[in-house]
Design a protein around this ligand. Structure first.
Ligand code: GLV
Ligand code: MG
Length: 336
């Protein structure tokens, strides 16, 4: 169910521009920064030139006694920094925490016009999105915010995964969704202490071979089911799916493999928690040059998108034309 909100605000109260549909920005990485750390705030302008989105993290990883400092630090950073083309987001605290209400009231009140997206953690159902949607509508009206602030849900509870379809269409403010593998693992009582990525124990043993031959074990992707479910819910509702965090900063290769699986399955970006992950996300979520060249050939071979042609021995038709168009459009968007 779509719940219109700020659409109905009277012009006299400064009605905002219509919601952007679908969001068109390139957002290959959502880069997390701790806004209570002064030296990070001081570098925010430089950072904004290197990443697609700068996110001030107020939630997990910020100690309870630094929550107010993180909120105030974010406001200071937002006021002092020119973020250029980069998006400016926050990850607020969860709605059942003592900090959530002040996060939204203080930040929208102080820098609502600079804020693009609020990432809402631990979303369990459409009711969580409705609550934030209405609160934002009130605050935008009170402070004359010109552009609707969008909502990005983290899919990180078993109940959230169960309700993913209704979350994806809960409000015209929905920007997208990210997998939150750490909280989701805890919520599901999975037996892991990792933040995203694979697990050496989760895989299949190949069939028994010759007597005495070693049997290969193939590790499998713990997150395949959830990402597929999230991508379908997002694609069906015109919003964007993202892989979330990858916690082992020492293993760039594994991070890249995990990000790439998500990209191939339809995700448009991932979180970067460490500077070393920025280049990885940029590489993975920008389509490969050879892939783009081939996709362009498909689009050009069928100017009206119909029919069937052979290219390098491979059959192309209306459906592969649409696949190719996804890749060509993304390459064009990144080049702009
Ligand atoms: C992110 O918030 C996660 O829980 O993985
Ligand atoms: Mg989490």
């Amino acid at each position: 169910m779509i719940v219109p909100s700020a659409y109905y605000r009277p012009l006299a109260l400064g009605a905002p521009e219509p919601f952007r549909e679908p969001p068109v920005r390139v957002e290959r990485m959502i880069h997390f920064v701790p806004p209570h750390v002064e030296k990070i705030r001081a570098r925010a302008g430089d950072l904004a030139r290197q990443v697609d989105v700068v996110l001030g993290n107020l939630e997990d990883a910020v100690p309870a006694d630094a929550k107010e400092a993180a909120r105030a630090g974010f406001i200071e950073m937002a006021k002092a920094t020119d973020f250029g083309a980069a998006g400016l987001w926050i990850r607020m605290n969860a709605l059942d925490s003592p900090w959530a209400l002040d996060d939204v009231i203080e930040i929208v009140g102080a820098v609502g016009d600079k804020l693009d997206v609020i990432m809402l953690p631990k979303v369990e159902g459409s009711w969580d999105v409705h609550y934030l949607d209405r609160l934002l509508a009130q605050l935008e009206a009170r402070h004359g915010v010109k552009r609707p602030i969008m909502i990005h849900a983290i899919l990180e509870t078993a109940q959230g995964v169960m309700n993913v379809e209704e979350i994806a269409c809960a409000s015209p403010r929905m920007h997208g969704m990210s997998l939150g593998p750490a909280d989701l693992a805890a919520s599901r009582r999975m037996k892991t202490t990792r933040v995203g990525g694979g697990h050496p124990g989760y895989g299949v043993l190949v069939d028994k071979g010759a007597e005495g031959a070693a049997r290969a074990f193939y590790q499998q992707d713990l997150w395949h089911y959830t990402i597929a479910k999230m991508v379908d819910a997002c694609a069906a509702n015109g919003i964007k799916p993202f892989y979330g965090p990858f916690g082992d900063f020492s293993d760039g290769e594994a991070c890249e493999a995990q990000f790439r699986n998500a990209f191939l399955m339809g995700c448009v970006g991932a979180w970067t928690l460490h500077p070393s992950q920025v280049e990885i996300a940029k590489r993975v979520y920008s389509p490969d040059v050879e892939e783009v060249k081939f996709a362009k050939r498909i689009v050009e071979a069928m100017p009206d998108g119909t029919g069937a042609v052979m290219l390098d021995g491979k059959m192309q038709d209306d459906a592969t034309w649409k696949q190719a168009k996804v890749i060509v459009d993304l390459a064009r968007q990144i080049a702009e």
